[in-house]
Write a new protein. Sequence first.
Length: 223
Amino acid sequence: MSGRLAILASGRGSNLQAILDAIADGSLGAGIVGVFSDRPDAAALQRVAGPLRWSADAKSFPDRAGFDAALADAVDALRPDWVVCAGYMRILGAPFVERFRGRLLNIHPSLLPKYRGLRTHARALAAGDAEHGASVHFVVPELDAGTVIAQARIPIEPGDTPESLAHRLLPREHALYLAVLRLAAAGRLAERDGHVVLDGQPIFSPLLLDSTGKLLPVPTEPK
Ligand code: GRF
């Protein structure tokens, strides 16, 4: 079994919902072992049954390390194969990242390495970019700096605002995360020496999501 998923979420949980729906309709061969939040009032928690929920108010811990350790122990206790950040808005400290390294994933709403951090839609617009997108990457201690597994691209259109871009990108984010999680849950995805490894072979540039929700064939040569 490679499909035990622990989900970390801070907000509304639309990515979590897409995962739940895909599990329910049989298009993702995985199971959610727990949903974890740094915000006890996160809407994401309400999307799963009570026994699957874990939350603690990060502000009630003396420091980040204390909260991260409690979170890590709670996650680890459920023996997940993958720890999936889905709108988890709190920076994970190095000890947490190291504990789950190689099986800790995040989705970020930009074409990394562009626009790490916040306000990605506004920054893409301000830069005059012709396209925008989302990236699923392995998490490393440096924020949004881990190896990118796959990306979804959308064109930026005249009149776009940060809100319109975010709105148009969100369904592509859902499709992107699901496509990557299918690989992960099937035991086809790993990280080795800073490279994404797919079916035992390193890949040298991110996979690309096509319009049907499939990841494009893997380039086999270094760029
Ligand atoms: C998504 O845009 C994701 O890329 C970003 O936070 C948002 C989470 O949305 N990291 P949701 O909570 O899954 O609806």
